[in-house]
Design a binder for this molecule. Structure first.
Ligand code: ASP
Length: 596
C-alpha cells in the first residue's frame, strides 16, 4: 500500500499557506497530525516543520483518495495534491496561521506508516522527561520544541550576521586539545597513537582565542561547544554552546558595546523587540549589598538592607553573635503583605531558609502598632526605632531577617527574595532586564585549599591601579571583568586579559602556581605573551541559556536538540556505553570497575 514520491515535487510547506494562495494547485508533504471523519468528508490536519493545514478528502472530488484517506492514522507520512480554497465562514479557525483556508485533495500518496505513539504530538503533554528524551525524534515534532530549535537557529544567525558586520572572523579551535584546568574537570580522550596520553575536550577556547589575538587576528568569534565534566547541578549540561569572542586593542567599554549591539540585534531578529542600550551597570559590591547575589533579577524591588550596625552590641544573641564572629545581619521588607502570609506559610518559608543553610528564619508581621513575632520581645526600643527608620516599616509589612556569615545571609535572603517575588507576582513578565555586573574582586580566599583562587579565570587582568595590592591586600584587587545578567540568570562573562607575561607570572604565583607548575600548565601562553601580545579582552555568552530565556522555556534541555540527563546520559543513543575490549586494548586502557 506504500507509494513512492514518483515525480511529485513539494510546492509549499503546509504551515506557510494562506489567503495569498487561494486557487493554487499545491503538492504538500508531511505527517498526519489528526484525522476526523464527518459524515462522508474526511478532514486531515497535515503537519510539517512550518505548521499545520487542513486537507479535505471529498468522495465527490476523488473517490480513490477518499478511500485511501480512510486508512490514515496519526503520524503516517503522506503527500497530497490539491487546491487551496477559502474555508466556509463558520469553520474559520483564528487560532492557527492557516485557519482561513483548506486544501481540497485530488490525489493522495501514502509514503509511510507509524506505530502508535508513546505520547501525543502536542505542546502540553504530561510525560516523564526521560520518555521524551528516549523518543526525542517524536518529542522534536511537538510544535513548541520545533519553535525552540528554530529560534536557536535565528539566534545563531543574528549573532553571525551582526559580528560579521563588525569585522569579526569566525575561527575554529580544536576539540581535541590540551587539558587546561579552568575550575571544572576535563573530559579526557585517550590517544591511541600516544599510549598513556590524553587529549582534553575544551572547557572553553580561552587560551587559543588569546593566542589568536597574539597572532594578530584582532577580532575573533566562534559559536563553539564547550565541555565540563561537573556534577550536574541544576540546569547544566556536560556540553554546552558559547558565543565566544575576543578583541584586540580594547577596553571593557569596547567589549560591552559590541555585546550590547549584538544582543539588540538578536532581540530584534528573534522577537521583533527594540531593546534599549546601553544596559545598566552595577558593581559587584552593590549587587551583593542590595540583592545578595551577583546575578540579580532587577525586574522587581524587594531589596536587601544591611542592618548589621544596629545589632553589633545587641542583647539579642541570635543577631549579635554572628556579627561578633564577622558575620552580618540583613533584612527584607515585604510591604503590605502581613494579611497575606499565614503562619503556615511563614513556617514553610522557614523550612526553605533552613534548606539553604540558615539556622532559622526570623520574621516580624506588622499589624497596627503591634509587631507580631517570637523575636519582638528580644528587641530593644532603640533597635525597633532603628529598624523602623532603615526599613521604612509601616502597618501591614512583613520583615524577614538573616543573621549569619555573609555567605549564608546573602544566599538565603537572595533566594527568599525570588521566592517572595514569584509568590506575590511582583516580577514583571515579558520584560528583558539586562544588567552588567562590573568591578568584581580578582581573587577570593578558598578555605579548603587554603590559598587565593581567581573568581573568573587566571588570565583576567587586575585593574591597573590595584596591581600594587596583589602582594599586600589581595582581596582588595578588583578585576577588569564583567558579567552579563538577564532576568536573574547569568548569561555570560568575560574580561580584559593580562597581556604582559610579568603580570601573568605574578598572578600565577599569587594563586599558588609556582614557575615550574605554571610552565607545565600554561607554558605556551607564557611564551606567546613574550612575543608582542597586544592588549586584548573578550567574553563568552551561553547560547543555551540565552535561547532558553528568549523562548520562555524552563530548562536549557528544551532548547538543545539532543540533551543529556542530570547523570550525563543520553536516553536516545544510550551514551555513554561500555566499549569493545578490542578498542580498549588498542588504547592500552584497562578498566577497573566492579559494577556498572
Ligand atoms: N572563557 C570564559 C568562559 O568560558 C569566558 C571569557 O572570559 O571570555 O567562561
Amino acid at each position: 500500500m506504500f507509494e513512492l514520491l514518483g515525480d511529485w515535487k513539494r510546492t509549499d510547506y503546509c504551515g506557510s499557506l494562506g489567503i495569498k494562495d487561494l486557487g493554487r494547485e499545491v503538492i504538500l508533504m508531511g505527517w498526519v497530525h489528526s484525522k476526523r471523519d464527518h459524515g462522508g468528508l474526511i478532514f486531515v490536519d497535515l503537519r510539517d516543520r512550518e505548521g499545520v493545514v487542513q486537507i479535505v478528502f471529498n468522495p465527490q472530488v476523488s473517490e480513490e483518495s477518499h478511500k485511501k484517506a480512510d486508512l490514515l492514522k496519526d503520524e503516517w507520512v503522506i503527500a497530497v495534491k490539491g487546491t487551496v480554497v477559502r474555508r466556509p465562514d463558520e469553520t474559520i479557525n483564528p487560532n492557527i496561521k492557516t485557519g482561513e483556508i483548506e486544501v481540497i485533495a485530488r490525489e493522495l500518496r501514502i509514503l509511510n506508516r507509524s506505530k502508535v505513539l508513546p505520547f501525543p504530538i502536542e505542546d502540553e503533554i504530561k510525560v516523564d522527561e526521560l520518555i521524551r528524551m528516549k523518543y526525542r525524534f517524536l518529542d522534536l515534532r511537538r510544535p513548541v520544541m520545533r519553535k525552540n530549535l528554530m529560534l536557536r537557529h535565528e539566534v545563531m544567525r543574528a549573532t553571525r550576521s551582526y559580528l560579521d558586520s563588525k569585522g569579526f572572523i569566525e575561527i575554529e579551535t580544536p576539540y581535541l586539545t590540551r587539558s587546561t584546568p579552568e575550575g571544572a574537570r576535563d573530559f579526557l580522550v585517550p590517544s591511541r597513537l600516544n599510549p598513556g596520553e590524553f587529549y582534553a575536550l575544551p572547557q572553553s577556547p580561552q587560551l587559543l582565542k588569546q593566542t589568536l589575538m597574539i597572532s594578530g587576528f584582532d577580532r575573533y568569534y566562534q559559536i563553539v561547544r564547550c565541555f565540563r565534566d561537573e556534577d550536574l547541578r541544576a540546569d547544566r549540561q556536560p556540553e554546552f554552546t558559547q558565543i565566544d569572542l575576543e578583541m584586540s586593542f580594547v577596553t571593557e567599554d569596547d567589549v560591552i558595546e559590541v555585546v550590547e549591539g549584538m544582543i539588540k540585534a538578536i532581540l530584534k531578529a528573534t522577537k521583533g523587540v527594540d531593546i534599549d542600550i546601553p544596559f545598566p551597570r552595577m558593581s559587584y559590591d552593590e549587587a551583593m549589598l542590595r540583592y545578595g547575589t551577583d546575578k540579580p533579577d532587577i525586574r522587581f524591588g524587594l531589596e536587601l538592607h544591611d542592618i548589621t550596625a544596629v545589632f553589633r552590641n545587641s542583647e539579642f544573641k541570635v543577631f549579635s553573635d554572628p556579627v561578633k564572629k564577622g558575620g552580618i545581619v540583613k533584612a527584607i521588607n515585604l510591604k503590605g503583605k502581613a494579611q497575606h502570609l499565614s503562619r503556615k506559610e511563614l513556617d514553610e518559608l522557614t523550612e526553605f531558609a533552613k534548606s539553604l543553610g540558615a539556622k532559622g528564619l526570623a520574621w516580624i508581621r506588622i499589624s497596627g502598632d503591634e509587631w507580631q513575632s517570637p523575636i519582638t520581645k528580644f528587641l530593644s526600643e532603640r533597635e525597633k526605632e532603628e529598624l523602623k527608620r532603615l526599613l521604612t516599616i509601616e502597618d501591614g509589612d512583613v520583615i524577614f531577617f538573616g543573621a549569619d556569615t555573609s555567605y549564608t545571609v546573602n544566599l538565603v535572603l537572595s533566594n527568599l527574595r525570588l521566592r517572595l517575588g514569584n509568590r506575590f507576582n511582583m516580577i514583571e513578565q515579558n520584560r528583558f532586564a539586562f544588567l552588567w555586573i562590573v568591578d568584581f574582586p580578582l581573587l577570593e580566599f578558598d578555605k579548603t585549599e587554603n590559598r587565593y583562587v581567581t573568581m573568573h579565570h587566571p588570565f583576567t587582568s587586575p585593574k591597573e591601579e590595584d596591581i600594587e595590592l596583589l602582594d599586600t591586600e589581595p582581596e582588595k584587587v578588583r578585576a577588569r571583568a564583567y558579567d552579563i545578567v538577564l532576568n536573574g540568570v547569568e548569561i555570560g562573562g568575560g574580561s580584559i586579559r593580562i597581556h604582559r607575561s610579568d603580570i601573568q607570572r605574578k598572578l600565577f604565583e599569587r594563586i599558588g602556581l609556582g614557575p615550574e607548575d605554571a610552565k607545565k600548565k600554561f607554558g605556551f601562553l607564557l611564551e606567546a605573551l613574550e612575543f608582542g601580545a597586544p592588549p586584548h579582552g573578550g567574553i563568552a555568552l551561553g547560547l543555551d541559556r540565552l535561547t532558553m530565556l528568549l523562548a520562555g522555556a524552563s530548562s536549557i534541555r528544551d532548547v538543545i536538540a539532543f540533551p543529556k540527563t542530570q547523570k550525563g546520559f543520553c536516553p536516545l543513543t544510550e551514551a555513554p556505553s561500555p566499549v569493545d575490549p578490542k578498542q580498549l586494548l588498542e588504547l592500552r586502557i584497562r578498566v577497573d570497575v566492579k559494577e556498572r
